[in-house]
Write a protein that binds this ligand. Structure first.
Ligand code: NAP
Ligand code: G4F
Length: 348
């Protein structure tokens, strides 16, 4: 039987790496687009990489960029993929306030470029498309919990760019009959999460503090609430969307909500650190062994905050038969144990 071919934009990211592992386990040939970088950016997929001269490679990497329409179109023409996953994005909300134009170019127009390339190469009937949408599109939430029908009200250049990407995906589905799906994914984390996202920053900082490698951790808003899931569960939902009879859009979430401070407390407990919180507002601090180990820094506040996200993924449960397998405690355990292993190995 012919193996299916997937093309992943954003293969070097957290989700790209887990999705690659998952698709390889389903017997796909996975093509991935990487950006040229002055230092290696393939750390999350090195364990899968095989030299181009090796026989029977199942993951094939290509240089490209979602801000470069010709490179996208040439790749799609050459590969003729059965499925395209667009995970490529400037994905950091706070950074999107610093680089709003680039964020729009990559996150909004990048999606349009891929859809246009499918159309231009006359692959509307062959190639299915997945767009990595986000709960950040709900922003200043209009209802709780949020589902596929909740109106969007984004609060950052990132959220606004992703709303464009969402609607252009719907537009190409309706105008050109492309099998195109939006996943509206709530926050999902793992040991492979980028170091400047709050969960990874907390886990990495507190593990270093536990090992005496760092004294303090500085954070921003402790009271933002998020619906945090496990990236390894969430990538399965992406694939399931493209296996349905009809394309549609799906919220993917756990339906449980925690504050940033709750997440910190879970990590402290996992590390067996005895702690107490003292002070208010920007002077709130976390103490362990009579030393302050967490303090707040206004620099980590955003011009606009998304205060509370909570998803309802009943549609995914019903139609995709998807539900999260791991809860937040398992997620924290995975992140802490992998981080500790890596720090201890680095030390020795
Ligand atoms: P991530 O770790 O930041 O990965 C982003 C990927 O996009 C990386 O491979 C990155 O390449 C690539 N990329 C960035 N700009 C690019 C460009 N101009 N051309 C080509 N590739 C580019 O993000 P993630 O957490 O895996 O998330 C995957 C997708 O889901 C993103 O679109 C994100 O916005 C969306 N999303 C994430 C979450 C979440 O909680 N993780 C929730 C909802 C939606 P480099 O490695 O070279 O930087
Ligand atoms: O970890 P975060 O940076 O993730 P955020 O902004 O929720 O965005 C992530 O999830 C989205 C899905 O909803 C994705 F679309 C997006 O690509 C990304 O993956 O921040 C989470 C919360 C925020 O409220 C932030 O203000 O944590 C708060 N926070 C508090 N201190 C901090 C910090 N965030 C960061 N990054 N760093 C801090 O020191």
């Amino acid at each position: 039987m012919r193996k299916k071919k997937a093309l992943i934009f954003g293969i070097t990211g957290q989700d790209g790496s887990y999705l690659t592992e998952f698709l390889l386990s389903k017997n796909y040939i996975v093509h991935g687009v990487i950006r040229r970088s002055s230092s290696f950016n393939t750390g999350r997929i090195n364990h899968i990489y095989k030299d181009p001269h090796a026989k029977g490679r199942k993951m094939i990497l290509h240089y490209g960029d979602i801000t470069d329409a010709i490179s996208i179109s040439s790749l799609i023409k050459k590969i003729q993929p059965d499925e395209i996953y667009n995970l490529a994005a400037q994905s950091h909300v706070a950074v999107s306030f610093e680089v709003p134009e680039y964020t729009a170019n990559a996150d909004a127009l990048g999606t349009l470029r891929i859809l246009e390339a499918i159309r231009f190469n006359k692959l509307e009937k062959k190639t299915k498309f997945y767009q990595a949408g986000t709960s950040e599109m709900f922003g200043k939430v209009i209802e709780i919990p949020q589902n596929e029908k909740t109106p969007f009200y984004p609060q950052s250049p990132y959220g606004v760019a992703k709303v464009y990407a969402h609607w252009i995906t719907v537009n190409y589905r309706e105008a050109y009959n492309i099998f195109a799906c939006n996943g509206i994914l709530f926050n999902h984390e793992s040991y492979r999460r980028g170091g400047t996202f709050v969960t990874k920053k907390i886990v990495s900082g507190l593990c270093k503090i536990k090992l005496g490698l760092q004294e303090k951790l500085f954070l921003g808003n402790l009271y933002a609430k998020r619906d945090w899931g496990d990236a390894r569960d969430f990538v399965k939902a992406m694939w399931k969307m493209l296996q349905q009879k009809k394309p549609s859009d799906y919220v993917i979430s756990t339906g449980k909500q925690y504050t940033v401070k709750n997440f910190v407390n879970l990590v402290l407990a996992e590390l067996n650190i005895k702690y107490s919180w003292k002070g208010k507002n920007l002077n709130e601090k976390c103490f362990a062994n009579n030393k302050s180990i967490i303090e707040l820094d206004k620099a980590y506040h955003r011009p606009l905050e998304v205060h509370s996200l909570l998803g309802n993924s009943n549609k995914a449960k019903r139609e995709l038969k998807w539900k999260p397998e791991k809860n937040i405690k398992k997620l924290v355990r995975h992140m802490v144990s992998e981080e500790m292993n890596s720090l201890v190995n680095d030390k020795s």
